[in-house]
Each structure stands twice: as structure tokens, then as C-alpha cells.
Design a protein around this ligand. Structure first.
Ligand code: CUA
Length: 331
């Protein structure tokens, strides 16, 4: 098994931080959606509760240290133990529990009927994303979700391998993806921007390299983007891209990947029809540029240890460059 090089891992994790519109820090304390706002508010209530309890414990410690020996009252000590050890914790924890439970119905409620549905499948180790608009063509892409701002979205989450956990900290809470079950998560994005998502449940070797990006867009921009994704790939026109297209088919890449409009129709790996337009490569770990394509194809296992895609470093350098040019051109 290839060893995970620290410099490789750090480079992979930091290089996508340069994405335009993304500040590199996914934070549940910087909410950009209704559910995330409720969770951030709960965080501050819990923090305030913890600070009050901590101050009370510190005050009691000082009181105990300064108490005169022999000047104690057994009745007062018993009251302190019962009050501080049972009554106060019960009141504080019950209040925090009630506040937490009160927001649950809103957080688990499904999106209204007719809302946008996005089916996300946890793969090893990437995200398969499917849009099935009622009045349009189905769209499949990978490691990227785009949403219209101000509209509810119903995520339908599944996995056919191990348990993953779908999490976009800026938009809402986590939801497990469990083999043999379908789980649901409704979110209401309120702010445009690019947000990072991650797998929040250890799922194997490349768990930490299983990320994705979410772009929340104006409604018109979203409609235009979705229509573009439903179209087949533009045919390669320039010489390097034509050679890349031929190399893609000749080396069997189409057994795992689909590029709509070509003979490639594999369903094991990510759909690459518009891969050149994506916000990142390799499930949120590389910037989308020809050099990154080249490195990914040649040394997949070094960049993502455990990845199922074999490395193709044995291909001639010209073929690797042509493949990178072809894939980068699939906008
Ligand atoms: Cu998928 Cu961790």
C-alpha cells in the first residue's frame, strides 16, 4: 500500500483553498443557511450554559478553600451537595435539553412538496450527485452541488458501500448515509457563495480526502448552470484535445467513466461530461487545471491513497498531456 506523504496531503488540502469566492474555512459558526443559523444559536446557548456552570464550580472551590475548619454546618453542607450536585445540574441540563429538542422538528422536517431534490450517494471516496428535475433531463456530476439561494432543497442520501456522513457546516447539520437505507436532509441556503462540504464519518483509507464544494447561486444562474449540465459534452476540436479523446477511449477509461456524447458510458467512477467546469478535482482536493489532471491521472494512488482508480503513469507523456487538455476542455 502506498504511504501517505504529508507534503502531498497538505498540498492536496490547501491547494483548493485558492478557489475564487471560497475563504478556505468551513465553519458551523459562520451560517449561510436557516438550519446552520439554528445550530449556531444552539452552540452559543450551550456555551453560555457551560460558562455559567464552570463559574459556579470555581466559586464553590474558592468557598471550600476559604471555609474555616470547625466552622462548618452539617445541614448547610448537605444542602450544598444536594443543591449543587443534583438540583442545579438537573435544572441546567433540562433547560439545555429542552432548547435543543425544541429545534429538532424544524431540523428534521422535509422540504415542501415540489422542492428541488438532489440525490447524493457516498462512494469510496467521492460523492455521486444526481439532479432529477421533474420537467427536465436528469443530470449527474461528482463532488459538487449547486443550489439556488433562498430555495429549500431536499437531499436524498444513500450509500452502497460503507457508512458516510454528509456535512456542509455552513448550511446545516450532518446526516449519515447508510447502506440499505435512504436518509433525508432538507436545507435552506440563505447566502450566495462557495462552501466546503466533507464526509464526517470515518469510512476508510481516503476518508479525509472525500470533500466537495457547494455553490449557492442566484436562481437564474442556477437554472442556466443546470441546463448546461444536461447537455452532452462538446466534441473535441483542437489537436491535443482530439488526441486526448482518442487516448481516453483507447485506454479503457470509458469502462468506468461516462462522457455524454461519446462512447464512454461507464458508471463505476465519476461522470466526466462537464468535468472541466467543476470547482475542484479528486473530490475537493485539487484545483481544476490541466497540471492537476496530469498529476491525478499519472499518480492517482499517491494523491489519494486507497483510491480505486488505477494510476496511468505508464502512458506516454504526450498522451497524459493530451488527456489533461481534453478533460480540462469539457466545460
Ligand atoms: Cu466517507 Cu468518511
Amino acid at each position: 500500500m502506498p504511504r501517505l506523504s504529508l507534503s502531498h496531503g497538505l498540498a492536496a488540502l490547501t491547494c483548493t483553498a485558492g478557489l475564487a469566492g471560497f475563504d478556505g474555512v468551513p465553519s458551523a459558526r459562520a451560517p449561510a443557511g436557516r438550519e446552520a443559523e439554528r445550530i449556531a444559536a444552539l452552540f452559543w446557548v450551550m456555551t453560555a450554559g457551560a460558562v455559567v456552570v464552570w463559574l459556579a464550580v470555581i466559586a464553590l472551590t474558592f468557598y471550600t478553600l476559604r471555609a474555616r475548619p470547625g466552622g462548618r454546618s452539617e445541614r448547610r453542607d448537605r444542602l450544598l451537595i444536594i443543591g449543587g450536585g443534583a438540583v442545579v445540574p438537573t435544572i441546567v441540563l433540562t433547560a439545555l435539553l429542552a432548547d435543543g429538542l425544541a429545534m429538532l422538528p424544524e431540523l428534521v422536517a422535509p422540504a415542501p412538496e415540489g422542492s428541488l431534490r438532489v440525490i447524493v450517494t457516498g462512494e469510496q471516496w467521492w460523492w455521486r450527485v444526481r439532479y432529477v428535475p421533474p420537467d427536465g433531463s436528469a443530470v449527474e456530476l461528482a463532488n459538487e452541488i449547486r443550489l439556488p439561494v433562498g430555495k429549500p432543497v431536499q437531499f436524498v442520501l444513500q450509500s452502497d458501500n460503507v457508512i458516510h456522513s454528509f456535512w456542509i457546516p455552513s448550511l446545516g447539520g450532518k446526516m449519515d448515509m447508510i447502506p440499505g437505507r435512504v436518509t433525508m436532509l432538507a436545507l435552506h441556503p440563505t447566502t450566495t457563495g462557495i462552501f466546503r462540504g466533507a464526509c464526517a464519518e470515518y469510512c476508510g483509507t481516503a476518508h479525509a480526502l472525500m470533500n466537495f464544494y457547494v455553490e449557492v447561486m442566484e436562481e437564474d444562474d442556477f437554472a442556466g448552470w443546470l441546463a448546461g449540465q444536461a447537455a452532452p459534452a462538446a466534441a473535441a476540436a483542437e489537436p491535443p484535445a482530439v488526441r486526448g479523446h482518442d487516448a481516453f477511449l483507447a485506454n479503457g477509461c470509458g469502462a468506468c467513466h461516462t462522457i455524454a456524447g461519446t462512447a464512454a458510458a461507464g458508471v463505476i467512477g465519476p461522470d466526466l461530461t462537464h468535468v472541466g467546469s467543476r470547482l475542484s478535482l479528486g473530490a475537493g482536493i485539487l484545483t481544476n487545471e490541466p497540471d492537476a489532471f496530469h498529476r491525478w491521472i499519472a499518480r492517482t494512488d499517491r494523491i489519494k491513497p486507497g483510491v480505486h482508480m488505477p494510476r496511468f503513469g505508464m502512458l506516454p507523456e504526450d498522451d497524459l498531456r493530451a488527456l489533461a487538455a481534453y478533460l480540462e476542455g469539457l466545460k
